[in-house]
Write a protein that binds this ligand. Sequence first.
Ligand code: HAM
Length: 435
Amino acid sequence: MTRKKLAAVRGMNDLLPAEAPVWEWLEARVADWVRSYGYQLIRTPLLEHTELFVRGIGEVTDIVEKEMYSFEDRLNGENLTLRPEFTAGTVRAAVEHNLTYEGPRRVWSMGPVFRHERPQRGRYRQFHQVNVEALGFAGPDIDAEHIVMLARLWKILGVGPVRLEINCLGQADERARHRAELITYFESHRDALDEDAQRRLHTNPLRILDTKNPALAEVVAQAPKITGYLGDGSRAHFEGLQRLLEASGISFTVNPRLVRGLDYYNLTVFEWITDALGAQGTICGGGRYDPLVERMGGRASPSCGYAFGMERVVELLKESATVDMTTSTDVYVAHQGGATAAQAFRVAEQLRDAGLDAVYHAGEGSLKSQMKKADASGAEYAVIVGEAELGNGAVALKALRGPAGAAGGGEQRIVPLERLADELVDALTRSEQQS
Ligand code: HAM
């Protein structure tokens, strides 16, 4: 009987070994980069109470209306949701553990998030974000820090060009006045609106400005802009941010129609966009969310943050050829089976004791096929534990790469077991210095 093969859930990807080096490279760069700005790691659960996201992200957002993986826990009837983003959970944790009690906090996270969207290139149902939050900071300097640190990251990663759009959404009362005017305006153009826009007209008219429907371009272009409703405080915040960006040599465009898809934002919002990825070109989005901490039951703490999509950045990295995608190890340990296999097993552990990366040849196989595997492993050297040499307390050491190994045949010499680790460390240090 043939069994049906099982496949992954649609829109959820496996990370296979061939693609792992670029993810590992990115994750290592990210960890160094956030540390250089003083951000500390925070890890919150993948599952939270559904109520958290409804309250945090907003009831009439695409995410909460139709994209969340929500279910009832059969065992205790709790309503749970796989996190569709990090901000709500991070704020929940900060409030629950009083993180901002002693002053503002800079925190970051990295991991999978889940949204039931229509999968296409750059858009998945499980994807990964690097998320950064600054909790308890009021001034535009921290908004600027976020943008400046992202500009630095794009440079470190060698991805580009990436353009920056910013906007100011003002405060709740300013948005309420703008919203009322927007509704009046869109009502007077009701016939021009599509079904989605008509539905949003009274629930979330701001999102109509964000429409992807080209037929609405004209009516949206003429709509009242938030800029006209900003009070002195909001304007000063936005101007402060722009001055800092200009002083840091960061180019940006003010896009008065940039509204973002989550409801918690006020004042600054921004997005980084690339033309290299087709329709899903937004690699990063964020902004300020001053009222959220209080809405989650904490003490009022003005805050801001952002997240970038790792799949999208990985796609850019693969195109830029910055990352060495080859696998590598220091040494491959081959043998002739029997007692030599057991000895090779121990030799591999001794080499690891000396700080080397070693791959042991598990199982059997001719020396020829073992040398092929050694080569494919990316090893610099092969150690061959053979019966004849082992009788004299020695093994064969063969260079697989570099000038010594280039000819394919590779230089091979006999090395006493007690000298093996030292010789390998010396040889590898020498070849590292030469490259
Ligand atoms: P967001 O704009 O919803 O913001 O998502 C941030 C980034 O995640 C996007 O710019 C995009 O690169 C990536 N992304 C979103 N959806 C998908 C998808 N289906 N597949 C692949 N990548 C995707 C937030 O999530 C906010 N929590 C950011 C934030 C943090 N604001 C303040 N703090």
